[in-house]
Design a protein around this ligand. Structure first.
Ligand code: FES
Length: 137
């Protein structure tokens, strides 16, 4: 038990591993209106609030990607990060995430970003969370 306490303390205080900043508002499992499709310029990330959750939305050609905007590492806004291919790099400490599914590609973050499916209905981009949170969570 002492080793576990030491390891937890070391990870928290020496290595700076913290709480996943997206855990309390992972996003809606139901389709929600997010932004006008006309507002999405190709390759320009936009920050929107969807059902009280900040979401980065970006158009890449014919595809629209969306991930939670609050970096899981320390909470910086990913929408001001650097877009490279299908990845976003956090401007604060350089973590990289896939825009396709929120997968962690490079730390210091240790958790992926919640990701969203996107569809266009009329003139509106709608989002819903990929991999919905189980009801027991
Ligand atoms: S807040 Fe994003 S990498 Fe640290």
């Amino acid at each position: 038990m002492g080793a576990g306490a030491y390891l937890g303390g070391h990870l928290s205080y020496a290595r700076g591993v913290g709480v996943d900043q997206t855990i309390y508002d992972a996003g809606s499992d139901d389709w929600q209106p997010a932004i006008s499709a006309a507002q999405l310029a190709d390759g320009v990330p936009e920050r929107v609030i969807v059902d009280e959750t900040p979401v980065l939305v970006v158009r890449r050609g014919e595809e629209i990607f969306a991930v939670h905007d609050r970096c899981s590492h320390r909470g910086c806004s990913l929408s001001v990060g650097k877009l490279e291919g299908d990845e976003i790099e956090c401007a604060c400490h350089g973590s990289r995430f896939s825009l396709r599914d929120g997968a962690l590609r490079r730390g210091p973050a240790t958790a992926p970003q919640p990701a969203f499916e996107a569809r266009v209905r009329g003139e509106t981009v709608e989002l819903r969370r990929l991999n919905p949170v189980p009801a027991s969570a």
